[in-house]
Write a protein that binds this ligand. Structure first.
Ligand SMILES: NC(=O)c1ccc[n+]([C@@H]2O[C@H](COP(=O)([O-])OP(=O)(O)OC[C@H]3O[C@@H](n4cnc5c(N)ncnc54)[C@H](OP(=O)(O)O)[C@@H]3O)[C@@H](O)[C@H]2O)c1
Length: 294
C-alpha cells in the first residue's frame, strides 16, 4: 500500500525553497525541509532515512553571490553542488524509491539562426547551445545525465519572479541595475507555476519540462509595466549586449522556451491555464500594488 505523501525540500534557506515551504504548508501538506549538503552521500542517505519522504523537491544549487559571475572563480564549489551534489541526491532518491523534482534552469540556450526571438522556441529535446557561463555549463551537463533517472522530474525555470521585491526576483534585480539590456526572454512567474510543480510531483511525473509562462517579454516591457502599475515615475537606462558583456565576467543566456509540453501535461491534470507572460506580469504587479508593494 502506498504511503501518504511527505515532501522534503532540499536547499532550505534558499529563495525558491522558501516559496515551496510556504505553498505546501498553506495547502496543509506534510512538508519538511533540510539544508544537508547534497554532495555528502552519507548525510543525504541519513536524512532520507530520518524524514522518509515520498517526494524530494530539490531547490538547492550553487547560484553565486551576488550573481553567477561568482561561479567563474569558484569552479570546484560550483561542481560540488550543481554536479556532484545534484546527481548524488537524485541517485540517493532513486535507490530509496523517492520521487525527485529538480528546480533546474532553462538558461541553457541562446538565440541562434534557427531560434531567433520571433521564431521557433527551444523545445526540451534541443541540445544546449549556451556555454557562456560556468553555472550554465554545469546545469546543462547534469541535465543530460539526470534525465535518464526514472524518478526525476526536471523543471527548467528561467528568470523567476515573485509577488514582492525580493532581491532574487528578476524584477528587483533589473530595477536596481544601473543599466539594463532589452531582450525578450522566457520568465517563470512563481505564483503561476510553483503550484503546478507540486501537482506534477504528486502525479509522479518525470522527464524534462520547460517551466516558464508561455511567450517572451523584454526587459523594457517588464519595467514599463512596473512603472505603470507599481512605481509611478520609475525610470531606467538601457545599454547594448556588447556594453553589458564588458561589465560581466560570465555571459548571460537569452532565449525563448517552448511550453507546449508543459501546457499539454497541465491540461491533462486539470490545472488552470498558465497565463501568457505579459498578462502574468500585469496580474503580478496588480497583486503587488494591492499588497502595498512600492
Ligand atoms: N533564482 C534564479 O534566477 C534561478 C533561475 C533558474 C533556476 N534557478 C535554480 O533554482 C534553484 C533554487 O534557486 P534559488 O534562486 O532559490 O537559489 P538560492 O536562493 O541561492 O538558494 C539555493 C539554496 O541551495 C543551497 N545549496 C547550495 N549548494 C548546496 C549543496 N551542495 N547542498 C545543499 N544545499 C545547497 C544554498 O545554501 P548555501 O547558501 O548555504 O550554499 C541555498 O540555501 C537553484 O538550483 C537555481 O540554480 C534559479
Amino acid at each position: 500500500m502506498s504511503r501518504p505523501n511527505r515532501f522534503l525540500i532540499w536547499g532550505g534557506g534558499g529563495w525558491v525553497a522558501g516559496h515551496l515551504q510556504a505553498l505546501l504548508a498553506g495547502q496543509g501538506k506534510d512538508v519538511h525541509s533540510t539544508a544537508v549538503r547534497m554532495e555528502n552521500r552519507e548525510a543525504v542517505l541519513a536524512e532520507l532515512e530520518r524524514v522518509r519522504p515520498t517526494h524530494v523537491l530539490n531547490a538547492a544549487g550553487c547560484t553565486g553571490r551576488p550573481n553567477v559571475d561568482w561561479c567563474e572563480d569558484h569552479k570546484e564549489a560550483t561542481v560540488r553542488s550543481n554536479v556532484v551534489g545534484a546527481l548524488n541526491l537524485a541517485d540517493a532518491c532513486f535507490v530509496q524509491g523517492v520521487h525527485c523534482t529538480v528546480f533546474a534552469t532553462g538558461c541553457l540556450y541562446q538565440y541562434d539562426e534557427r531560434h531567433p526571438w520571433d521564431g521557433p522556441s527551444f523545445v526540451e529535446t534541443d541540445p544546449a547551445n549556451f556555454f557562456g557561463s560556468f553555472y550554465s555549463v554545469t546545469k546543462a551537463h547534469v541535465e543530460e545525465i539526470m534525465k535518464h533517472y526514472d524518478n526525476c522530474l526536471i523543471l527548467r525555470l528561467r528568470m523567476p519572479v515573485s509577488d514582492d521585491l525580493h532581491p532574487r526576483s528578476f524584477v528587483t534585480k533589473i530595477a536596481r541595475y544601473e543599466r539594463v539590456v532589452d531582450v525578450p526572454n522566457s520568465h517563470t512567474m512563481l505564483a503561476d507555476l510553483l503550484p503546478a510543480a507540486v501537482l506534477l510531483a504528486e502525479h509522479r511525473e518525470t522527464g524534462v519540462y520547460n517551466f516558464t509562462n508561455p511567450g517572451a517579454i523584454s526587459h523594457n516591457e517588464v519595467l514599463g509595466l512596473f512603472r505603470d502599475l507599481v512605481r509611478p515615475g520609475f525610470a531606467w537606462r538601457n545599454f547594448s549586449l556588447e556594453e553589458q558583456a564588458r561589465v560581466l565576467k560570465a555571459g548571460r543566456s537569452n532565449c525563448k522556451l517552448d511550453t507546449t509540453k508543459l501546457a499539454a501535461k497541465l491540461a491533462e491534470l486539470g490545472y488552470g491555464e498558465v497565463p501568457e507572460i505579459h498578462e502574468a506580469y500585469r496580474r503580478c504587479f496588480e497583486r503587488m500594488r494591492a499588497a502595498g508593494v512600492r
